[in-house]
Design a protein around this ligand. Structure first.
Ligand SMILES: O=C(O)CCC(=O)C(=O)O
Ligand SMILES: [Fe+2]
Length: 742
């Protein structure tokens, strides 16, 4: 716990898990005082990601006045508040009603309304209105931005960075004052476990100053292990939490803190007084999100001895616009295709591309949400809900019951690979030496392409509907083409050559016997699968709810297993479209020319052989089982039906260590591959050996053929058995682009 002494803890008699730091010595204590406070803040952030600050120069009376001003704003009629509606992510100022922010994936939702004030004089109450409300908001904003500047300076002092460099990146701060009102919802709405006052999330600026009233309910996942602890209100304090951009800037020395707001803890007397059908007290809080100025490029500041930056630089404005737009399902105004390309962060590129290509989806949870509205339509708590424009046509929608229950395993935990990678690197630094291209890959590709072309030559006059044709296609062709699929997979991580373009060209070559061009497009979808594992709407390896509903039977699963290839080919186009570039055109052109040559010189049977081989490679074939075995959840001991406890992480990647790895570029080492996508196929077994204590305890598959058998016949395994998360854009779970890209 570093320098934080026990005297810093409040004397409440209960165990209080967070440090409280007085900021007074920083403001008036000279250099020594500043250093002491800075060190305490750093310790607190480093160890907890969360600190209570007292004596920070804003009086209790001013905080009380702030809550009164918040009540004054939120006390206005809804129609009035909707006049200030937030509708432009790059302005990010205005009112958002209950339900405006992305719904929770469990089908639940966050019950809150907010007003964001940003001093851009747009969408604020007019001067003179509400007793000069905007003048008060500007004034309070100014106080907070000054405090934020002090906190930044304190961090600069102790981050082990050149203060000038740190401050150069953060010279100008851009705050966002958010006045939150958590209306009094019926307690059942929160206590049944699906809904929140605010979903678990990380903030996405640099850090946040947060004031809360005395109601309580704020909880923090201190160690990112899914165990939330109460951050009880303490009068006269504000809390500060680290947010995503500071984590990136500090190269992971400070960690963005996950938090949520749930029903307040109540004594038995309070609970009895409210009664089982009563309404929970409303709660107010005010957050001040501290962002860098729009044009700032957030580049990780690497300390001596660290192994390079963990993240690519990201443009602060683009980052903020994209995440705000995602959270409120607004279009991103600045995202022209050129800007998408220019965005300095691969994650942003995909988010922005998805946003351009696709209208915001109506999520299935919106219908759950409707059912809530109807159930509680007569209570005061949901007045705002019923009037929210997005759902005002409730009466015309199909009954919520028409929607089948969503049985995916929705999780709030971060994807497991990043954390495990960090832990492995910490214990075994030498694993990093396994990263880098494998020269053997190109020779294997050459041999397999040659084998397939030879088979096509030999079968050019054999009837297609004949045993020799079919058996060769199944035994040799499907195995070879599955091997080429996995060569393309390997090459998509730039693991054949050091130079990216050589990898792209080798992938196009490996694509030839597959008959259909796909290597260029596959890469973008696949890197998104790594980067946003399990994230609904980004990871195209996930079946959609539509597929899961229709294929939820033995026959349906048999159909899926037989026609897997078609699902993998067609599904991504429905999820999001990737930007098309020269490499995609080259891929198509080369393939069309190759197919034309095959038809011209070998005939239609030869091309049919290639296509049949590809189809069978993604059908009922032992090697095709890897598609299912990698991420479908078979581990029932950990998962009882779909009712997984919210805080228990579920295994979502499964390895297979059997002999078929020889034919498939060791893709069975799948946990290992997701942990270290920069380790090529030949060195994955070595990775397992080095980090055995991490991999041995994980559940794994013993037989691929049995995976297909069990997938089809076992009633407890099926299309719904996937872990999904909806918060990918707000969680930091990235590795640097160059690690994946090059
Ligand atoms: O209301 C609170 O205590 C937390 C608010 C919050 O986390 C947010 O608005 O991001
Ligand atoms: Fe937050």
């Amino acid at each position: 716990m570093g320098s934080l002494g026990i005297e810093e803890l409040p004397q409440t008699g209960t165990e209080f898990p967070f440090p409280i730091v007085s900021f007074e010595p920083f403001l008036s204590g000279g250099e020594a005082g500043r250093q002491t406070v800075a060190a305490k803040l750093y310790d607190a952030f480093h160890n907890f990601g969360w600190v209570y600050l007292k004596d920070f120069g804003i009086s209790e009376a001013e905080i009380e006045q702030m809550f009164a001003r918040s009540a004054q704003f939120h006390g206005q009629p809804l129609e009035q508040k909707l006049k200030y509606k937030l509708n432009d992510p790059s302005v990010s100022q205005g009112y958002t009603a209950d339900g405006a922010e992305s719904s929770d994936p469990h089908g639940g939702r966050s019950h809150k309304e907010c007003y964001e004030h940003r001093r851009v004089n747009k969408l604020a109450p007019a001067a003179g209105d509400l007793d000069d409300w905007t003048a008060w908001a500007d004034d309070f904003y100014n106080k907070l931005i000054i405090l934020a500047g002090h906190v930044r300076d304190a961090l600069a002092m102790v981050l082990g960075l050149e203060p000038e460099a740190f401050q150069a990146q953060l010279k100008q701060l851009d705050g966002q004052l958010r006045l939150l009102n958590y209306m009094g919802v019926p307690r059942k709405v929160l206590e049944e476990g699906r809904n929140f006052r605010i979903n678990p999330h990380c903030d996405y600026g640099l850090f946040t100053l947060l004031f809360q009233d005395q109601i309580g309910g704020l909880e923090v996942d201190r160690f990112h292990d899914g165990k939330f602890v109460a951050a009880t209100p303490i009068p006269g304090t504000c809390v500060i939490n680290v947010a995503d951009l500071l984590q990136r800037l500090s190269n992971d020395r400070l960690r963005s803190t996950r938090h949520r707001v749930v029903a307040p803890q109540m004594t038995k007397e309070m609970s009895d007084a409210i009664g089982p059908d009563g309404v929970l007290p409303a709660r107010k809080s005010t957050a001040f999100f501290v962002h860098p100025a729009r044009d700032t490029l957030i580049t990780p500041m690497v300390e001596e001895g660290e192994n390079g930056p963990h993240y690519d630089p990201v443009a602060a404005g683009c980052w903020r616009d994209a995440i705000t737009a995602k959270n409120y399902r607004l279009p991103i105004p600045m995202a022209t295709p050129e800007q998408v390309q220019a965005a300095k962060c691969v994650e942003m590129r995909y988010m922005m591309a998805a946003n351009i290509e696709k209208k915001p989806r109506i999520l299935s949870c919106d219908l759950h949400l409707l059912s809530h509205c109807r159930n509680h339509a007569t209570t005061t708590a949901t007045e705002a809900v019923v009037a929210t424009p997005r759902i005002s046509t409730a009466a015309n929608d199909p009954p919520a019951k028409a929607l089948p229950e969503d049985k995916f395993f929705w999780t709030y935990t971060e994807e497991p690979h990043r954390t495990r990678r960090q832990a492995i690197i910490k214990s075994h630094r030498d694993v990093l030496q396994l990263c880098g291209p494998e020269p053997l890959t190109k020779y294997v590709v050459l041999a397999v392409v040659a084998l397939q072309i030879s088979c096509a030559v030999l079968l050019k006059d054999t009837p297609i509907v004949s045993w020799p044709f079919f058996l060769t296609a199944y035994i040799v062709g499907a195995t070879a083409n599955q091997n080429l699929f996995l060569a393309i997979h390997e090459i998509s991580h730039n693991l054949a050559f050091r130079t990216p373009i050589y990898n792209r060209l080798l992938a196009i070559f490996a694509n030839l016997p597959i008959g259909i061009p796909y290597s260029a497009g596959f890469r973008q979808y696949h890197l998104t699968h790594h980067k946003s594992l399990g994230v609904d709407g980004l990871d195209t390896d996930l079946p959609t709810a539509f597929e899961a509903v229709f294929l939820d039977s033995v026959a349906g699963k048999a159909f899926f297993a037989t026609f897997q290839l078609l699902f993998y080919a067609i599904r991504p186009m429905f999820i999001f479209k990737i930007p098309f570039g020269p490499i995609h055109f080259l891929n198509i052109a080369v393939q069309v020319v190759f197919d034309a040559i095959v038809i011209r010189y070998l005939g239609g049977h030869a091309l049919s052989y290639f296509i049949l081989s590809s189809f069978l490679a993604g059908s009922l074939h032992p090697c095709a089982a890897h598609f299912i075995s990698e991420h479908y959840v078979f581990e029932r001991s950990q998962v009882k039906g779909a009712k997984m406890p919210r805080d228990v992480p579920i295994p979502e990647t499964f390895s297979y260590y059997g002999p078929l790895n020889v034919l498939t570029y060791n893709v069975g080492y799948h946990n290992e591959h997701h942990d270290f996508p920069a380790v090529p196929w030949t060195r994955l077994p070595r990775l397992y050996e080095i980090a055995k204590e991490f991999y041995e305890p994980l559940p794994y598959h013993k037989s691929w053929p049995y995976v297909i058998w069990q997938f089809i016949l076992d009633k407890e395994v099926g299309m719904w058995c996937r872990v999904k998360r909806a918060e990918g854009g707000r969680l930091v779970g990235a590795w640097k682009e160059s690690e994946v890209q090059s």
